[in-house]
Structures are given as C-alpha cells and as structure tokens.
Design a protein around this ligand. Structure first.
Ligand SMILES: Nc1nc2c(c(=O)[nH]1)N[C@H]1C(S)=C(S)[C@@H](COP(=O)(O)OP(=O)(O)OC[C@H]3O[C@@H](n4cnc5c(=O)[nH]c(N)nc54)[C@H](O)[C@@H]3O)O[C@H]1N2
Ligand SMILES: Nc1nc2c(c(=O)[nH]1)N[C@H]1C(S)=C(S)[C@@H](COP(=O)(O)OP(=O)(O)OC[C@H]3O[C@@H](n4cnc5c(=O)[nH]c(N)nc54)[C@H](O)[C@@H]3O)O[C@H]1N2
Ligand code: SF4
Ligand SMILES: [Mo]
Length: 758
C-alpha cells in the first residue's frame, strides 16, 4: 500500500473481500483478506444482512479447504491397473460424453444415476447439471438429503404442501428435538439466539436429546430421552395437550382439515406408560406440554437425532403436530412459509418408484440406503453408470463397504469434485472442479422469513490450474453430447450484449422456436448471458432465470423488498442486485399472514391425517423399546456434530487442532465397568465391522449410549504421498438395511455396538 492509499483508506478496507462460509447451511457472511491463492485473515461480515457479523469457530480454518494435498489439478482417467493418469480437458470431455452417451444408447439414459449436486456451500453445479442430465436422458437422482430430510419433506408435503421454517429469534418457546444447534446451527446466529433465550425469564427452551449437549445445558426443559424412543416422548406430549384440553381449537377450526381420528388416537395415549418407555419424567413432560399450550409463540426444529433413528418419519410428523395443534403457525415467533429463489428439491407429491426395488422416491430423490440395491445384482433395470458431483457416497452413506462394491459394479463412474475423495478413487473419470472460492457460488437453502436474504459469492481466486467451474464442465459436456452448437447461439449472445430486456425477449423467442432447448436452458444461459458478464462471472447467468421465476411467483414480496418494475423488469432488477451486492440482498419481504396463502394442499388448509403414520403411531402401543442385547449392549450415535467436524469439506487433518482423532464419547459408569481410561483406546464392534478409537469420558451421556463424530475417517496423503486414514469412518460400521420403512432414512444415531478397552 502506498502512503496515498493508506491515507484514503486508513482501516485498510480495500484489502478485505466479501464472501461467505461454506461449512454449514447457514452460509454466514465473511470478510477475508487473501494472499498467494489462499486466505490470510477471516472475520464475520457485519454488513451481511442475515448473519450480521456472526460466525462460529470453523471458518477460521478455510485455508485447509482452499489448498490441500488432496486437491485435484487435472482430469484423471483410470488405467486398467486401477491407477490414474492425467488427461487434458478436451480428451476428458470427449471420452466422458462417449462413455455415458454409449450407455444411454445401449441401455437407456435412465440407467445413469445422478448423485449429489452440491454441499453446504455450493448448489450451482447441481443446477447446471440439469442440462447434462437432460441430454443424457437421465431420470433418477439421489443425494445426502435422501438420508436425512426426505422423511420430513414427505410429511411436510402431506401436511402443508410446503416447508415451514422456525422463527427462533422471536419465539417465546423454542423446541429442539434431536438437534444441537450450538454446534450444528441450522438457523442463523444460533449461539446468540440461544443465549438470548436462556437469559430471558419469559422465554423457554425445550430440548430432547439423549446427550446433555451444549444446547441442552441452556434449556429450561431438557429431556434426556432413551435413544430411539422419541416417538413415545412426543406422543406423550401430544397426549397431554389433547387430554388436558390445551389444543388451539379456534386455530384448528379455521386452518386445519379433518382432525377427528388423530384427536381420538391422542386422547387414548397412555401418557405415563409412554414416559416410562422413553425414560423421561412424566411431570416434566406434562409441564412442557402446558408451556407449549400456553405460549404466545412456539417454533420447533428437528434434525438428525430423530431423523436418523427408529420411527424417523413418524417422529417428523409428531414434531409438526406439536406446533400445529397449538396453533403456532403464520405468526411472529412461530412456523412460517417463506419464498424460494431456486428449488432445492423437486415435488413431494408425485408418486414415483425406484426401478429395481419399487421404493418411494421423495422430492425426486432415491433414498440413499436403497442405492446399492438399485445397482448390484442382475435386475434388467439396475443402474449401469453414475455421474457423481460434489458428494462422497463411498464415505457418507450407510455401509461403506457395500457402497464401494456398488460403485465398482457400475460400468462407468464419473466424479466431479475438488478433492481426491473416497468416491473419486473408485471413478473411471475424475473431473476437477474449481474450489468454491474460485468461481461464483451460492446455495438455495432457506433464506429466512419474513425477510429472505440471498447471497451470491464472487470468486476470490483464479481457478486453480487444471480445474474448471462446474457450469463450464456441464456446458462442455452438453455441447459434446450434441445438445447445442456454439454457432446457433450467436443471436442470443448479441442480444445479451444489448442488455437484459433485449436478452429476455430473445431468450423466450428462442425457446419458443426450439422447445428442445428448454431442458438445457442453464448452459444456454451460461454461454450467452453468462459470457456477457465476463468469463469469471458467467456461472451467475442462472440467477437471471431464478430471479425471473421468483419475481413472477412472488411479485408483492419482491416489491416489499424494495424492487420496482413490471413483469420481466422486476426480475431483471432482482438479478442486477444479486450479482452486484456482494454482502447479500434482501430479495423478498413478507407479512407473517402470507404463510396461510402459501399452503399448497388441495384444501388450502393444513392436513392433519396421514394414514400411514397414524397406523404406525397406533402400533406404538404394543412396542416396548428393544432391550440392549448381550452381544451389542450399546447404542452408538455414529456421526455427531462437534466444533471439530464439518462434513468432509476439510480433508486435511491439520485443520483439527483438538479431538484430532475424533474420540468415542462414553459415560463414566460405562467406562469404569469396561476398564476404559480417558484418552485410552477402545474397540467398537457392530454387526458390520470393527474400528478403534480413543475414548473421551463425559458425564453428558446416558449409560449405554456412546457417540462418534461425523466427517472423520478420511484418507489424506502425507508429504511423501502415503495415504493414511485419520479417525473412524462412521459408515464402515453401519448397514443399509437399518432404515425407516417409509423414507428409507438410515438409523445412524442408533447403531447397536459393543465397546471394549484395548
Ligand atoms: N459443526 C458442524 N456443524 C454442522 C455439520 C458438521 O459436520 N459439523 N454438518 C451439517 C449438517 S450436513 C447437518 S445435517 C446438521 C446436523 O445437525 P444435528 O442433527 O444437530 O447434528 P448431530 O450431532 O448429528 O445430531 C443432533 C443430536 O441428536 C442427538 N441424538 C442422538 N440420538 C438421538 C435420539 O435417539 N433422540 C434424540 N432426540 N436425539 C438424538 C445427538 O446426541 C445430537 O446432539 O449439522 C450441520 N452443521
Ligand atoms: N454415519 C453417518 N453418516 C452420515 C452422517 C451422520 O451423521 N452419520 N451425516 C450425513 C449428512 S446429514 C450429510 S449432509 C452427509 C454429507 O456428506 P456428503 O454429501 O458426501 O457431503 P460433504 O461431506 O458435505 O461434501 C461433499 C463433497 O463436495 C466436495 N466439494 C467441495 N467443494 C466442491 C466444489 O466446489 N465442487 C465440487 N464438485 N465438489 C466440491 C467435497 O470434496 C466432498 O467430496 O453425510 C452423511 N453421512
Ligand atoms: S455457523 Fe455455519 S456458516 Fe456460520 S460460520 Fe459456522 S460453519 Fe460457517
Ligand atoms: Mo446433512
């Protein structure tokens, strides 16, 4: 910096760049300083309208993501002996198009599975992949949402036809079930809001979790439930609400459809007995239910603790009944339905089934736990190939050994990733993406209600040599597969140079003339409007279509956010703001009452009766939670979120300064009985496999319950290229048949295990 520059900018503001964190779905705004292709300093961005300066401890380590020894720097092709050779991009695109195109021609494009599409910070690759999938005639997809949230999506589809989100900032009572927001977040500024709730005598926090988590420590009502028995605890709470006459009759009469059979069932719940089965005190369950019934506002969030456990989908249903029966919807501090810029998932209502097993496909996604069965074997409709993008199924899905076998059985596996993952190592072709800070990126996770903020991140660094942004990869693949000819795009390119209105008209006219272009619209936008933004911003082109759809669907909400214009001009204004306001843009603003208008059930009311789940609920009466077996006396929660985990986004173990091996947590009584010392080594045995870990003795756990962190067990090369695995890969221990009957969600929080001292 020259003295003149220093005088003009004494704080050195010009040295800071605006971006966001990619480590969880909240995507907090960041201010960063960079040097030499990597991060130098990182702090929260006070100008980000959503996170307002907040961060947790994790983004401080982002340099381990941006540069590490596992980053890919060239397209790779598998040799016959299983090793990889570098190839140039032209060869890679040509051969991938030939191989996948060949499988399409021989077996049909529907035999090629798409897996992934984005992680915690990147959803653009998935959005552009729609074009590649279309030219290849691919029909089936799956990703990590189909091993956690699809059960909840299905219930929401049945009840609301939409996805309500919690307003904890304003809630009088906040409820977390199988969710530890202190570490895992799930809503913005989680720790600030949790502390504010805990400090305020007029507000309450209710937590249901077998472990006394950091969140539970702040709770007014903490239910240290027996693992896997939430359906009983929630059923008991609902029973109290109905039996003590604490439901909101007026709300129900106005906004819900027939409730009769449900209320009948709940009136018969043996509350004391269900509390005993869940091992929670009846008087506290009654007190918490009364608190829910009386509160001005209640917001509820569930997560993996009940999704990845027995009665997964039923749990999601019961959780929603807590707030609907008490009328906590469509007001401040309750549950509300916001807007979307882009859709994260497909329709929940269509009844599609998987080709081999005939399993339900929810929101367009095949349950991850069914994937291996849809590949292995000789069923004529089995998958023959896979395109895997920004996902690591060989590590993150149940039963890693079987997942590896399934990947190896495919005729062709193509992986698009930034790193040499466990999945990439089994690919036939690996296409290296530029990192999430080397290209425009964004996520379509919920943006908040009543104010929805969207942030597009601008590239901070040049793409690492040898890498390409995913939109470029998809565009090249689509062109190689004959989806479009560059020379056919000249008119659209020229129109883009004359401004958005001209481009909009030309683009609609082009689609009307060539309907087959509709399916590959993302890459056409990229090659035309995108190129007019400059090559480094080209991937942002898709936001123009997203902005148009958003403005057409929610014109009043977009106007309330301050945008003006009629028709397509409103969408253009939104697009301009998205690509220029780096700290994030308020894209829609709503009155709370709009939630009622956004119910998309056929009746326009909240539907309370879900026959499949009512039946499962009634069967609980005869279900005694399975006792511990002598072979496997423990319940292992395989995959706990900690301050030292961030899915598999950090592969470099150097990131983890504490808990570097990812300890097995166990309570003092169990440790003593087994002769396990704090920091000592233990063996974990499940019906699937064995693993070794260090033990951490903690009184936060119940006897019989142990936990292992998620995101560990990744291979990483040392300086000499020797690959070692750090910590336990949780899914070596799990099996895919332990899953929910309806949505196929794995029971990762409920793995029967034996623990021994070593
Ligand atoms: N630090 C960090 N944050 C993350 C992530 C990360 O890797 N690291 N990953 C992100 C992702 S992808 C997700 S999906 C979310 C997940 O976020 P969470 O679901 O909050 O994370 P978990 O720790 O897996 O599980 C939550 C809680 O479930 C409890 N639990 C286990 N068994 C049961 C049970 O039978 N009943 C009940 N009621 N609770 C039970 C556990 O004790 C744990 O406290 O986190 C996101 N945020
Ligand atoms: N046993 C057990 N298993 C679990 C869980 C558990 O609690 N227990 N949690 C589950 C949950 S909730 C989730 S969400 C999954 C997460 O597991 P995955 O869906 O496999 O996702 P991530 O670890 O988030 O990382 C996805 C991939 O994106 C890659 N990547 C990063 N940036 C880019 C980019 O810019 N472009 C491309 N193309 N790739 C990129 C990373 O290298 C990584 O391979 O794990 C699940 N697995
Ligand atoms: S809460 Fe999530 S997005 Fe925010 S800083 Fe932490 S990991 Fe990053
Ligand atoms: Mo997740």
């Amino acid at each position: 910096m020259t003295n003149l520059e220093k005088a003009a900018d004494p704080e050195g503001q010009a040295l800071w760049h605006t971006t966001a964190c990619i480590l969880c779905s909240i995507n907090c705004g960041l201010q960063v300083r960079i040097d030499n292709g990597n991060f130098l300093k990182i702090k929260g961005d006070r100008n980000n309208p959503r996170s307002r300066g907040y961060t947790c401890e994790k983004p401080a380590g982002l340099r381990y993501y941006q540069a590490n020894r596992d980053r890919l720097t060239s397209p790779l092709r598998r040799r016959a002996d299983g090793t990889f050779e570098e190839i140039d991009w032209d060869t890679a695109i040509r051969e991938v198009a030939e191989r996948l195109g060949g499988i399409r021609d021989e077996h049909g494009g529907e035999k090629i599975l798409y897996y992934g599409g984005g992680g915690q910070g990147n959803h653009l690759g998935g959005a552009y992949s729609a074009a590649t999938r279309r030219v290849l005639g691919m029909r089936y997809a799956s990703n990590a949402l189909a091993q956690e949230k699809t059960g909840e999506f299905w219930v929401e589809g049945q009840m609301f036809g939409a996805r309500p989100e919690p307003d904890f900032e304003n809630a009088e009572v906040s409820v977390f079930i199988g969710k530890n927001p202190w570490h895992s977040h799930g809503f913005e500024r989680a720790r600030v809001t949790l502390r504010a709730i805990a400090k305020d005598p007029n507000r309450s926090l209710i937590v249901m979790d077998p472990r006394r988590t950091e969140t539970a420590e702040l709770a007014d009502f903490f239910f240290q439930v027996r693992p896997g028995t939430d359906a009983f605890a929630l059923g008991a709470m609902l029973g109290v609400l109905v039996q003590e006459g604490r439901i909101d009759q007026d709300f129900m009469a106005r906004h819900t459809a027939d409730a009769g059979p449900l209320l009948q069932l709940l009136s018969e719940v043996p509350v004391a007995e269900y509390c005993r089965r869940a091992d929670v005190p009846e008087d506290r369950i009654r007190a918490a239910a009364r608190r829910l019934g009386e509160a001005e506002s209640v917001a509820v969030l569930e997560d993996l603790g009940i999704e990845m456990a027995p009665h997964s989908t039923l749990n999601s249903y019961l959780q929603k009944l807590l707030y609907v029966l008490t009328g906590n919807f469509g007001r401040p501090g309750t549950m509300n339905i916001g807007t979307h810029l882009g859709k994260l998932f497909g329709e929940s209502k269509t009844d599609r089934r998987t080709p081999v097993g005939g399993h339900r496909i929810i929101t367009g996604l095949i349950a991850c736990n069914h994937l291996a069965d849809e590949i292995l074997g000789d069923h004529p409709d089995r998958f023959r190939a896979a395109l895997i993008e920004s996902g690591n199924p060989a590590h993150s899905l149940a039963d890693s050994a079987r997942m590896r076998e399934a990947l190896d059985a495919l005729e062709c596996v193509v992986v698009i990733d930034v790193a040499m993952t466990e999945t990439a190592r089994r690919a036939d072709y690996i296409l290296p993406g530029s990192s999430q800070y080397e290209k425009p990126e964004a996520t379509f996770f919920g943006g908040g209600f009543p104010d929805h903020v969207f942030q597009m991140r601008h590239p901070l660094f040049e793409p690492a040599p040898g890498t390409l942004p995913e939109p470029e990869i998809h565009s090249r693949l689509v062109a190689a597969l004959g989806g479009y000819l560059y020379e056919d795009l000249t008119d659209l390119r020229l129109a883009a140079e004359s401004g958005l209105p001209a481009f909009g008209s030309a683009f609609s006219a082009a689609l009307a003339e060539r309907p087959e272009w509709g399916g590959i619209a993302p890459v056409l936008l990229y090659e035309t409007l995108g190129r007019s933004l400059g090559d480094s911003l080209a991937p942002a082109a898709l936001f123009w279509a997203a902005a148009q759809t958003c403005a057409a669907r929610y014109p009043d909400s977009v106007r309330r956010a301050g945008f003006v214009g009629e028709g397509a001009r409103l969408g253009d204004a939104l697009f301009e703001a998205i690509i220029t306001r780096r700290e994030g843009v308020l894209i829609t603003s709503d009155p709370y009452s709009v939630s009622f208008d956004r119910l998309e059930t056929s009746e326009g009311r909240i539907r309370l009766l879900i026959p499949e789940l009512l039946e499962e609920f009634s069967l609980l009466r005869d279900e005694e939670p399975a006792p511990a077996s002598s072979d496997f006396p423990f319940i292992l929660a395989a995959g706990e979120r900690r301050g030292t985990t961030a899915n598999t986004i950090f592969r470099d173990p150097g990131w983890r300064k504490k808990d570097s091996e990812g300890a097995l947590r166990i309570c003092p009584a169990d440790a003593e009985e087994l002769g396990i010392a704090n920091g000592g080594r233990v063996r974990i045995t499940t019906k699937r496999a064995r693993a070794e870990a260090v033990a951490e003795i903690t009184d936060t756990l119940r006897p019989g319950h142990v936990t292992l962190p998620n995101g560990l067990g990744l291979g990483y090369p040392d300086k000499d290229g020797q690959r070692t695995v750090h910590g336990v890969a949780p899914n070596e221990l799990t099996v895919s048949e332990d899953r929910d009957w309806l949505a196929g969600t794995p029971w990762h929080k409920h793995v029967r295990a034996r623990i021994e001292a070593l």
